[in-house]
Ligand binder design. Structure first.
Ligand code: COA
Length: 328
């Protein structure tokens, strides 16, 4: 039994932080950010009382509305995030409580920017096994909570947002999530991390003074690894499934840098009009980028029965992977 996506939804906070806004607080400029990354603006969840679970709960409610099912009908909620409300309890449990999904079990998945792809593959296994009928997969991040807004090399890149899908059993073996290749390489861990706040460096005055509770990245190293890994896994998915470039209706890549997206499309031999791109409007929302793209394609009716989609991502860990999905 294949898992199919029966609803998509997204939630972006209203507040826009543009490159021009960043020019006011940092030694940066719109031209540098646009040409190096493709980003024009990103969304920020300003309300200090709201966190990742708020963004994800908004998505979960929409998924129920769109599909016309009740919260009681949900069997499992997986939230992919690297900015959970707290280390524990899980953000997924907070979402479960917020929407009243009393029959669902819920857990977080830590896959950084690849979190949604990891979670989609994980969730689809419960459907394929026949043990679960409705699984919510949500990627959500309040990246602004782990940004150092004095560090121009990182804070210009990331934004807040959430999106997700409802997975259910399909009726046609040839539609739905058809293939997945997922990878990890822990040797890249130091190049993209938040050093403190976990059990290896618990929070102290010192860790706060040293700014170790913010995201840190060696951008050049990550760029080099991401560009190879995303293109490799995208072409591997094409080869494994006998897909020629002209058969790929949409590449849905993680939105970290427009140059990485372009390089991936070039290696696949597909033109940019077959690539989902919204990095200009939202920046890198980590686990949320791919489902936001998917929701936008769905709400603008770009997805038809039989559309071939390839989802690819790369993120901290390192983690990366690709999924082949035929729209139902
Ligand atoms: N505004 C202006 N100048 C900036 C800047 C900013 N916001 N950020 C960095 N610079 C400067 C640097 O200080 C450097 O100056 P120098 O040459 O005088 O030292 C110069 O711009 C070039 O920096 P560099 O880091 O080489 O730029 P880059 O072309 O590699 O682009 C990234 C930087 C972060 C955009 C790019 O490396 C990247 O996208 N990396 C991968 C990100 C990613 O995929 N993350 C992960 C997955 S989630």
């Amino acid at each position: 039994m294949k898992a199919v996506i029966t609803a998509t939804a997204k939630y972006l906070p209203e507040n826009v932080l543009s490159n021009h806004d960043l020019e006011q607080i940092l030694d940066t400029n719109d031209d540098w950010i646009r040409t190096r990354t493709g980003i024009r603006e990103r969304r920020i969840l300003k309300d200090p009382d709201k966190a990742t679970s708020f963004l994800c709960s908004e998505v979960a409610r929409q998924l129920l509305d769109i599909r016309g099912v009740s919260a009681d009908d949900v069997d499992l909620i997986i939230v992919a995030t690297m900015t959970p409300d707290m280390l524990f309890p899980s953000t997924a449990c907070l979402v479960q409580n917020a929407i009243g999904a009393s029959n669902a079990w819920a857990f977080d998945l830590s896959g950084a920017c690849s979190g949604f792809i990891y979670a989609l593959h994980t969730g689809s296994q419960f459907i394929s096994a026949g043990t679960h009928k409705r699984v919510m997969i949500i990627g959500g991040e309040k990246m602004s909570a782990v940004m150092d807004y004095t560090d121009r090399t990182t804070c210009v890149l990331f934004g807040d947002g959430a999106a997700g899908v409802l997975l259910e059993p399909g009726t046609d073996e040839n539609h739905g999530i058809l293939d997945a290749r997922l990878y990890s390489d822990g040797s890249g861990g130091d190049n993209l991390c938040m050093p403190a706040g976990g059990s290896s460096r618990p929070t102290t005055h010192d860790t706060v003074d040293q700014k170790l509770h913010f995201l840190q990245q060696d951008g050049r190293q990550v760029f080099k690894s991401a560009v190879v890994a995303m293109a490799d896994v995208a072409t591997e998915i094409m080869e494994r499934n006998g897909l020629a470039a002209e058969q790929v209706d949409y590449l849905i890549p993680h939105q970290a840098n427009h140059r990485i997206i372009q390089a991936t499309a070039e290696r696949m031999g597909i033109s940019l009009d077959h690539v989902a791109v919204n990095i200009d409007r939202y920046g890198n929302t980590s686990a949320a980028t791919i489902p936001i793209c998917l929701a936008e394609l769905d709400e603008t009716n770009k997805l038809q029965t039989g559309s071939n989609l390839i989802l690819v991502s790369f993120g901290a860990g390192y983690t990366w992977g690709g999924i082949y999905l035929k729209w139902q």
